[in-house]
Design a protein around this ligand. Structure first.
Ligand SMILES: [Zn+2]
Length: 102
């Protein structure tokens, strides 16, 4: 197991709710994951993404709302797809992740 994998596991264990994510100053970006094909017909790939406002989410869903359930509640406002990927931005990226990108 690489150090990168360990960081990922620790990260997910310590952040289960949107309240915890907000306390740890984590930013969450929602990105549309609609593919180029929708059933039989070919559609244009949607690349819409948006930085979620965690405070608004806590107001509407409650601080105890699980992060694991967040993506299934989201819908792309641009194309209407329910296939949404979440990207988590830690306040300070661990060195291991930064090194991997180099
Ligand atoms: Zn979309």
């Amino acid at each position: 197991m690489t150090r990168f994998a360990v960081v990922r596991i620790l990260f997910f264990m310590t952040m289960e709710t949107i309240g915890e994510a907000w306390q740890q100053s984590v930013r969450i970006t929602a990105r549309c994951a609609a593919g180029r094909r929708d059933g039989m017909k070919s559609i244009r790939a949607c690349i819409y993404s948006y930085d979620l406002d965690l405070r608004t989410l806590i107001w509407t869903r409650g601080a105890a709302f699980p992060i694991s359930m967040l993506s299934e509640r989201l819908k792309c406002p641009s194309c209407g797809s329910r296939r949404v990927t979440l990207i988590f931005h830690m306040p300070r990226e661990p060195q291991t992740i930064a090194a991997r990108r180099a």
